[in-house]
Design a protein around this ligand. Sequence first.
Ligand code: SAH
Length: 214
Amino acid sequence: MADNLHQQNLRHAVMDEIAAKHSIEGKIIAAMKNVPRHLFVNEEQQDVAYLDEPLPIASGQTISQIATVAMQTHLLKMQKGDCVLEIGTGSGYQAAVLCELGYRVYSIERHRKLHLAAKENLSDAGYNDVVLVHGDGFYGLPQFAPFDGILVTCGAPEIPEELITQLAIGGRMVVPVGKKLQEMMVVEKTGETDYSTTGAGYFRFVPMLKGTVN
Ligand code: SAH
């Protein structure tokens, strides 16, 4: 894993900037200072890996902006050892951040090409303790449920009901909901069939789509 001083400095600087701008739990800023984002972006994007911007990855998808990854991770409010399901593995960067925090991580991606590339990226960056699945996130992973947290990194048309059934009572789901622009929704499961929702601002994500791509 190549991670030089220059890259480390850029990474620390951008995380300090994000910490100054947004209210993000300190442990998340500290963890993200350790995750080599440049290993999750394309060869051509190496120079801009530490700009706080979304960047193109394969299959017409994007790796989320750094501040958005920090914010979603913050809103999830997990503790070390908690079981977290991510929908939309993409590059694997968000999954790496969750691993770095000591969460037990499962992640689903609908594009096989991205799923395989993420596997390599995570292994290159030294994150081997993560379960990656090529599949349709609308169905979640019932075989590993219940999850303490579910993090959706694509724009869902509405709150995915099936995923709520896979949340533990007391668990939280962070999901951007909407078509062109998405409202970040925090869903708290309060009982077997009860949950509350709170909005946490507006963001722009690639859409959550049905089915898988080989
Ligand atoms: N978390 C990623 C961001 C990737 S963008 C990262 O850190 O890089 C969102 C991803 O969600 C895309 O790769 C897209 O293919 C995927 N996606 C969209 N709909 C999906 C679905 N139904 N199931 C699984 N993945 C999905």
